[in-house]
Design a protein around this ligand. Structure first.
Ligand SMILES: [Zn+2]
Ligand SMILES: [Zn+2]
Length: 126
């Protein structure tokens, strides 16, 4: 087991607390979010893109740009990842091919063809 100093643990705990606060803000803003994996990835990519943009703006010397914005965006990346994991664990019944669930259907809708296969994935493309 890795030994960590109290100082290191304190910093990590402080960051986790910030991530928890961001998760609370997300829940207050959007309510419980349930999406299939591909949509979660799109949301996370958007947040990563915003973090990248913040860094690029600092490098370009844009007025008002700051690395604090990068830090804030990375907290959102972590909070989105946490939310995706919560949603994944909340609905153990999911399509084995696309990961859609009872509350997060495929775009255009789908139904259960088998216990772990949805109609969007179970029908061969014409
Ligand atoms: Zn499916
Ligand atoms: Zn589906």
């Amino acid at each position: 087991m890795i030994k960590r100093s109290q100082e290191e643990l304190g910093r990590r705990t402080a960051i986790l607390s910030e991530i928890f606060d961001e998760r609370d803000r997300q829940d207050a803003k959007f309510g419980e979010q349930n999406h299939p994996p591909l949509l979660w990835l799109a949301i996370a990519q958007e947040e990563i893109g915003e973090a990248a943009q913040a860094v690029l703006h600092v490098r370009e010397g844009k007025p008002g740009a700051s690395l604090e914005k990068y830090r804030a965006e990375m907290l959102q990346v972590a909070a989105v990842a946490l939310s995706a994991l919560e949603a994944f664990d909340r609905h153990p019944q999911r399509c084995r091919r696309c990961g859609c669930t009872e509350v997060a259907a495929c775009p255009g809708g789908c139904a259960w063809l088998e216990e772990d296969l949805c109609t969007a994935c179970g029908v061969e493309p014409a």
